[in-house]
Design a protein around this ligand. Sequence first.
Ligand code: NDP
Ligand code: 2IT
Length: 451
Amino acid sequence: MSHIQDVITKVKEKDPAQPEFHQAVEEVLASLEPTVERHPEFVEAKIYERIVEPDRVLMFRVPWEDDEGQVHVNRGFRVQFNNAIGPYKGGLRFHPSVNLGIIKFLGFEQIFKNSLTTLPMGGGKGGSDFDPKGKSDREVMRFCYAFMRELYRHIGPDVDVPAGDIGVGGREIGYLYGIYKKIRNEHTGVLTGKGREYGGSLIRPEATGYGAVYFAAEMLATRDMTAEGKAAIVSGSGNVSQYTTEKLLDLGAKPITLSDSSGVIVDKAGIDREKLAYVLELKNVRRGRIKEYAAEYDVPYYPDVSVWDVVRTEGLQAELAFPSATQNEIDAENAQALVDNGCIAVSEGANMPSTLDAINIYQENGLLYGPAKAANAGGVSTSGLEMSQNSLRLSWTREEVDQRLHGIMKSIHKASLEAAEAYGEPGDYLLGANIAGFLKVAKAMLAYGVI
Ligand code: NDP
Ligand code: 2IT
């Protein structure tokens, strides 16, 4: 058995109940096989064994009261995975499906993603099995306060800087930052995704979606193509999906789908700016369901399925795909349907949205495949830019932040391609991104000795 396979087997044996973590480890480590031969010093220092073990796992009780005075108890998590190249950095997810294995997969991916951004950030992730859906603003506020009453002692602007993810947006960051500031009596860049008025960066809300489209444009350019005039499948209707749709419109592409956990809308005429403004109001202000779009614009709605199921069952034709909802939303069968329906590029806005079998299908069919840790790194990159602005006590203009974001996405694309080429798999963005992200962290770990 190879050294890498041995590490993967041990991870599975140690934590058998963490399938998403196993999947993330397998996806990353399998790409790192060619580094073993070139870097015997990594093997000797047990870098591969060390990198799959978090620095620290925090799990805590979060008791809170609803509007009727009933007490609820949720579980809070923060996995501080690796701070070799900078303070732990990564989002918080509030969703009923959250468990330790999911937070570990997200934290592990974040190590390599953050390394690729070119900014000094380590990897971490946190969250809770709290479900913000159907809760009043005051209930969400009390939950956020209760969550931060424990988390505050473990984080800091030079220690660990959380941000948003599924179920955590501007509203939640406001409550979390408010209580942190109250407890610590300090105003610092301890969270990113903050409001403009209290230290947030312009473009942070847009950054993940914009970045995923910038990355797709870079991939298309390698084949002398652009996004203009191309139909695009987008899943989800939250933060990432909304700004993916906006940037696709900027580039003259035609987004035709959106979804939420209840169902899917297909708008073959294209989701234009006016319809997108409706979606932003529906999702961010009224917190309604995407089903309402179907009634508003008289388009088909498909309940209880994913966008990718609809691509397969309805034979939806599109050249571009932006999975932007959640992990494992595309399986092998639906990946094949994408290929059969003319897809040429997949740029992952969500984290690990494609199963390992789905990825194999993209690669066997020569698709341009932008893996999550490269394609969706625009969000955390702009979080890094928010940290820089907070440290400088300055704020940059929209144009300046967007320009930096665009530059970072281009450099991630270039670094991934160059690493793929250097390690003998030209055009393999997955292998390239994993290796480029890994090398920087591994070299830093080696420099520190055995810690
Ligand atoms: P939001 O909470 O804003 O939106 C999530 C969207 O995905 C919603 O439409 C939601 O539907 C849908 N969704 C979530 N879980 C499921 C599920 N289990 N099944 C079906 N649909 C689901 O989150 P974000 O847009 O911030 O995050 C989306 C993805 O992007 C996640 O994978 C996240 O990790 C990743 N990401 C986010 C970044 C960011 O900056 N926000 C940065 C990098 C990656 P519903 O409302 O019904 O739950
Ligand atoms: O998955 C991710 O990169 C995020 N949810 C954003 C993390 C961040 O710190 O901005």
